[in-house]
Design a protein. Structure first.
Length: 282
């Protein structure tokens, strides 16, 4: 019988359902592991909110996840990472894994010398993004677009259609017109729009989603901290195993759970209803 790698839960949180794009990658590397996912959908999006408010929400969610036993926490939100990760690392004893804007691979791989970054205002104004830009993209032209309105669309369950396309054309077409051959998805909600983004951008443009790299970093840190069996073998992590262990994730939301449920079940259809819990925290 399959035995989970560890009983120490991994916590994952986002301003809403977008962090499921990270969760999807994590369960591939940690099948059967106990995972606690928190969607702060009642306060989504974080991008336009003051930094102090974002930090306060991150504190509340982190304390909730730690109270549930989380031994490591992934901040599956670019805005929250930029605003709060240093604060959270200083305040709490568990390791925090954040989202890093995937500017480096785009700047390294571009053939045209032009890359696009689609992100929230909070991410683009954050010190982490600006530092990454200065470090890795000083020799390329970076076209930045604030994806205003995209997060609410995903939070409402709209990932394709005319309403989605009308916004994406405004953000993606100018990047392509100016020669961008790589576009960084700088918000964890945006991978749910990937098909529409790719169609509008065209076949000559490569989209970069940082979620797989974040999941690998989580796996590395979890092994180093012995939160998973150090003898765990990657070649045993088959799709059949992780699909059979879906019930080891509990999904919490400060808002409704309908969209959270639908998107999570888009990855693993068999997730039962009692794995989704509404909890406003206050």
């Amino acid at each position: 019988m399959y035995k989970p790698a560890s009983t120490t839960p991994v916590g994952i949180f986002d301003s809403g359902v977008g962090g499921l794009s990270v969760w999807k990658e994590v369960i591939k590397l940690l099948p059967g592991h106990n995972i606690l996912y928190f969607a702060d959908s009642a306060y989504s999006p974080y991008g336009p909110r003051p930094v102090r408010e974002v930090i306060e929400r991150c504190e509340m969610i982190s304390e909730f996840l730690i109270s549930k036993g989380a031994g490591i926490i992934v901040i599956a939100c670019n805005t929250a990472t930029s605003a709060a990760i240093a604060h959270l690392r200083a305040k709490y004893p568990v390791p925090f894994i954040g989202m890093e804007p995937a500017v480096k691979p785009a700047a390294t791989l571009t053939k045209t010398g032009v890359i696009g970054v689609l992100a929230t205002k909070g991410t683009l104004n954050g010190r982490l993004y600006i530092s990454t830009l200065n470090k890795f993209a000083s020799d390329v032209r970076v076209i930045e677009m604030v994806g205003t309105g995209l997060v609410p669309l995903v939070e409402s369950g709209k990932t394709e259609g005319d309403e989605v396309d009308s916004l994406l054309v405004k953000y993606i077409s100018p990047m392509v017109a100016q020669g961008a051959d790589y576009i960084v998805l700088g918000c964890t909600h945006y991978p749910f729009l990937r098909n529409s983004i790719q169609r509008i951008a065209g076949e000559g443009v490569t989209l970069i989603d940082p979620a797989p790299a974040v999941a690998r970093h989580l796996y590395k840190i979890a092994r180093e901290r012995r939160l998973i069996d150090p003898d765990w073998k990657d070649n045993l992590l088959s799709v059949n195993i992780y699909r059979s262990c879906y019930s080891n994730t509990t999904f919490y939301s400060s808002g409704g759970t309908d969209v959270l449920k639908r998107l999570a079940r888009g990855v693993i259809p068999e997730i039962p209803g009692n794995c989704f819990v509404s909890d406003r925290l206050n």
